[in-house]
Design a protein around this ligand. Structure first.
Ligand SMILES: C[S@@+](CC[C@H](N)C(=O)[O-])C[C@H]1O[C@@H](n2cnc3c(N)ncnc32)[C@H](O)[C@@H]1O
Length: 252
């Protein structure tokens, strides 16, 4: 991908909607899938996005680090966002994921980034932290893979301090008329093929487009964040509208 287009959009409060389960029926299957694809996971991210994923995580990292010293990155995978947040100036960053293989990979990368980024295995739907423990809580390309989006947003809300910020970086269903067909061809045919060859796991990279298709569009995700209790929910679209960064603030 080349330079992203950016649109800053604000949302208005809407009626409470019914809880959104994730598209994923089994957390165990997702965990096993991510356990399997760890060895080529970072490489595949770079290839799929033409390296833009690094820039997107850096935007999130700067936002998160600006909120205070303690940041939690859930569904951290191999830890790239957690490392970027530390690099952006947060004093202490904790990365959690329910895949033991992902956490092991993150820990292998950690020595390069100093002692202030720590990792632990934890389910994002039941985080092992007290209420109000963090100044920011981030999730990158993780929410879409969870069995219950609303429950995950409520957990993010719970562990944040008043005035803390939740930031969600996620792929968003792509509905643009002209760019839609070529993007679909790329995402539904090329990505599974290349992902299958590089990772040896075509199922995982077939699952990717279907998980995005089932994920709520950006304006709906913003409403879900409001329903979880967040104020000042805004989002920006990046990557020609294929990716969204949402943020919301825990009321003081
Ligand atoms: C696509 S990867 C994203 C990893 C990383 N955040 C990144 O930016 O590359 C999705 C991650 O979400 C994790 N995940 C999915 N559901 C989870 C849950 N309920 N609790 C914790 N981690 C979860 C998976 O194990 C996987 O590592």
């Amino acid at each position: 991908m080349t330079e992203p287009t950016r649109e800053q959009e604000s949302t208005t409060a809407k009626d409470q909607s019914s809880p959104k389960r994730g598209a994923i029926q089994s957390g165990d299957k997702v965990r096993q899938m991510f356990d399997r694809i760890v060895p080529r996971y970072d490489l595949m991210n770079r290839v799929m996005t033409g390296g833009r994923d690094v820039a997107w995580r850096n935007i999130v990292a700067r936002q998160a680090a600006s909120r205070g010293d303690d940041v939690l990155d859930i569904a951290t995978g191999t830890g790239d966002l957690a490392f970027a947040i530390r690099q952006a100036g947060a004093a202490r960053v904790t990365g959690t994921d329910f895949s033991g293989e992902m956490i092991d990979a993150a820990k292998r990368k950690a020595p390069k980034h100093g002692p202030d980024v720590t990792f632990a295995i934890a389910d994002a739907l039941n985080l092992p932290f007290d209420d109000g423990s963090f100044d920011a809580c981030t999730v990158a390309f993780g929410l879409r893979n969870m069995v219950d989006y609303d429950a995950a947003l409520r957990e993010m809300f719970r562990v944040l301090r008043p005035d803390g910020m939740a930031i969600v970086l996620e792929m968003t269903p792509f509905r643009r008329p002209i760019l839609g067909p070529p993007f679909r061809l790329y995402f539904e045919k090329v990505v599974p093929l290349v992902g299958g060859v590089l990772s040896g796991d075509i199922t995982a990279y077939r699952y990717l487009p279907s998980s995005v298709e089932s994920f709520p569009p950006a304006h709906e995700l913003a409403e879900m964040m409001q329903d979880a209790g967040f104020d000042d929910v805004t989002y920006q679209l990046l990557g020609f509208g294929t990716v969204a960064i949402h943020s919301g603030v825990h009321p003081a």
